[in-house]
Design a protein around this ligand. Structure first.
Ligand code: F6R
Ligand code: MG
Ligand code: MG
Length: 371
């Protein structure tokens, strides 16, 4: 029998500004989900936070894209929005872009990562939660987990994963997707996903011959782009991901290893700057400096045979990641010195959906031809 793990998140108000989630929003979400658990809609849940994003982690048997589960998430965000409005929190309800729920939260503002899986004898998973960045921020770490032998020793020395994996990549501008096999097509894959604002890894699958069935995802990432829904900048698309680990998949430590390098991602202040992503425990996921730098939280879980979430273990709450945090602070300082200059500020194409065009509009008539 299959279990579905759904991570559905939204920014429905910050405290203060865009920095963190107020504890009363977490309590409200817990109340709504506890009731749904009592009624049997979901098996288990946990409400996490990362920066100003409220994160609903749920297990159930309704499959992916279930209108019942998405409706529950939407209702939870609506209830928490009421509290956010009472408290006067900043941007209350900002990610609920539509007035009424219409069967699926995709395209309505919240971010979604879900996978329906056949539980293995033991099922270790990690949920990742990022704030102040976009879905493409997962390209580099997911590639390294499942395709880079310098990150994942198992790709070389474990016969159960030596055959490699399949990557589903979405072109989020053209709304198309392609599946690429690794290691054979690593260069093709990198040609796409290096352009992380356009091509994003949506899912990773095993190959034929793996212990896990070929059509069951082993990793899934949220790819919602808010500006595509709202038509303008309404906050970044702070993504989430679910990754299964161990036993023919990257070991827990191979899943976390890419984050020892705080790579540059776009987002940060006004969703308009490149900066390092800092791996932090949940209690440190409260962006402050220049509304950042961007953060990533990793929560570790075992799924029990009945589908209970045994956890979370706050995986970056570990001095082994102090070096990455320190490096992120140094890179943040270096990038900040560029002020409004690229490549700290994003290139022009990526500024199209921000507030910059409004500024440029004013100058339009003052341009004159040059000989
Ligand atoms: C980044 C983010 C913040 C805001 C910034 C300005 O994703 O949400 O950096 O863009 O604080 O916010 P407003 O325009 O609401 O004052
Ligand atoms: Mg916000
Ligand atoms: Mg956010």
């Amino acid at each position: 029998e299959k279990i579905t793990i759904s991570v559905i998140k939204a920014d429905i108000g910050g405290w203060p500004g865009h920095s963190r989630v107020h504890p009363q929003l977490v309590e409200t979400a817990e109340e709504v989900l506890a009731k749904a658990q009592e009624e049997g809609t979901i098996i288990d849940f946990y409400v996490a936070t990362c920066g100003d994003d409220l994160q609903l982690i749920m297990t159930h048997k309704k499959g992916v894209d279930s209108s019942e589960i998405h409706g529950l998430a939407w209702r939870t965000f609506e209830e928490a929005t009421k509290v956010a409005k009472e408290l006067g929190l900043y941007g209350a309800g900002q990610d609920l872009l539509k007035d009424a729920f219409s069967g699926n939260v995709r395209g309505m503002g919240p971010g979604v990562a879900e996978m329906e899986i056949t539980l293995r004898k033991s099922e270790p998973i990690v949920t990742f939660h990022m704030d102040k960045t976009e879905p493409g921020a997962f390209n580099l770490p997911i590639f390294r987990m499942f395709a880079d032998p310098f990150n994942t020793a198992g790709l070389v020395i474990d016969p159960n994963m030596h055959m490699g994996f399949r990557f589903e990549v979405w072109d989020i501008k053209e709304h198309k997707r392609v599946i690429l096999n690794t290691p054979e097509e690593i260069y093709d894959l990198l040609a796409l996903i290096g352009a992380k604002s356009r091509y994003v890894i949506k899912r990773v699958f095993p190959k034929e011959g793996h212990k896990i069935a070929k059509d069951e995802p082993v990793a899934v990432i949220s790819t919602e782009k808010l500006y595509e829904i709202a038509g303008e900048y309404v906050g970044k698309d702070d993504p989430v991901a679910i990754v299964r680990a161990q036993s023919g998949l990257p070991a827990l430590g191979e899943v976390l290893e890419p984050f020892a390098f705080p790579h540059l991602v776009s987002g940060w202040m006004r969703g308009s700057h490149n900066g390092p992503i800092m791996p932090v425990p949940m209690h440190q996921a409260n962006p402050t400096r220049f509304d950042g730098p961007p953060r990533v939280v990793a929560l570790g879980w075992q799924i029990s045979p009945e589908g209970k979430l045994v956890g979370p273990v706050d995986l970056f709450d570990d001095p082994a990641f102090d070096g990455a945090r320190q490096k992120a602070v140094e890179i943040a300082e270096y990038m900040r010195r560029h002020g409004p200059f690229e490549p700290h500020r994003l290139p022009m194409e990526d500024m199209e959906y921000t507030t910059l065009p409004g500024v440029l509009e004013k100058l339009k008539d003052r341009f004159e031809p040059v000989e």
